[in-house]
Design a protein around this ligand. Structure first.
Ligand code: MN
Length: 317
């Protein structure tokens, strides 16, 4: 009980999420987290998904702005229905906790990758999926490292227009153009949606038998069975949003024509979730100012899909 000297209303705890449920006002508050979930739905202790916003772009070589991706995704998600008709699922009921943004480390991408690794490692818990909201794609290496410590036999499904397999680019070994190479250094990797690569990368793929699926023509689905065969039981999914065709997703740093459509991407991710265990994911490279608002909303919807597939389809296996 407070003593009499603390009875001023200024000494009472300030509610962080608006008035409590007894006020009858709870639905009037837009909570600053993914899907604008209520405190009950977004509590860390009960969440099956934790999202880490990482507003970082430092090594992007063409168009910047991926640092604004996480805030854009979270803002757009507030407009999204929680109900997913494809899965007949209330996504809010999964419990999704959104952390505050991770502070960028300006000492270079290698330092930032290690910061991401530590942040992801600190958030991992049994049964909980950690998702990273990028930010540039170089962040993936840190998240993969953290997951690999818990799931040593994990493999990575890497969706990207670009192979990202250069050993270094513009002097950066840990930059966005080398993200898949850094993942390949530490764990098995399967690439899908790739349609832009250098000769050096083509040779690396051939010499190392890196499994790679280009974009199928005419909107055909990717060969899920073949891709599943290249993945171990525990799978980390990394999505560079430029894997989508620019007609759907132009708000990226390096758009590339001839990309995947929504059904091609979600159908593959659903197959992976149904047949393997998605243990973590990231969605990177959204630069909201480079495209229409629909792109930001689409990115948010993809995050919700990944959260739902990872948790709900795992539970139904
Ligand atoms: Mn890319």
């Amino acid at each position: 009980m407070a003593d009499s000297s603390a009875e001023s209303r200024h000494d009472q705890p300030v509610p962080h999420h608006g008035p409590g449920p007894d006020s009858g006002l709870d639905t009037y508050w837009l909570h600053p987290n993914f899907l604008a979930l209520t405190p009950d739905q977004s509590a860390l202790e009960s969440a099956s998904v934790t999202l880490i916003p990482v507003p970082y772009d430092s090594t992007t070589s063409y168009r910047g702005g991926a640092r604004d991706g996480p805030a854009g995704i979270i803002a757009a998600s507030a407009q999204m229905e929680d109900y997913d008709p494809e899965l007949d699922l209330d996504v809010a009921a999964l419990g999704i906790h959104t952390l505050p943004s991770l502070e960028p480390h300006m000492g270079g991408p290698d330092r930032m990758v290690q910061r991401v690794r530590r942040a992801v490692a600190a958030c991992m818990a049994p049964g909980r999926v950690v998702g990273v909201l990028g930010g540039e794609h170089s962040l993936t290496a840190g998240s993969v490292e953290a997951h690999l410590e818990v799931f040593p036999s994990m493999s990575v499904l890497y969706l990207d227009a670009h192979a990202d397999l250069r050993d270094e680019y513009q002097g950066a070994q840990w930059g966005h153009a080398s993200a898949a190479r850094r993942v390949h250094d530490i764990c098995p990797l399967a690439l899908a949606g790739v349609r832009s690569l250098s000769l050096e990368e083509r040779d690396f793929i051939r010499d190392n038998n890196v499994p790679l699926w280009p974009c199928p023509p005419d909107g055909d689905l990717l060969p899920a069975d073949e891709i599943l065969a290249a993945l171990s039981e525990n799978v980390y999914v990394s999505v560079d949003l430029d894997v989508f065709d620019p007609s759907l997703m132009s708000a990226v740093g390096t758009p590339e024509p001839g990309g995947l459509n929504w059904r091609q991407v979600t159908s593959l991710l659903r197959s992976v979730a149904e047949n393997r265990r998605i243990v973590g994911f990231d969605v990177c490279e959204l630069a909201p100012s480079e495209g229409p608002t629909a792109c930001t909303y689409t990115a948010a919807r993809l995050v919700a899909k990944l959260a739902a597939y990872s948790v709900a389809l795992r539970q139904s296996r």
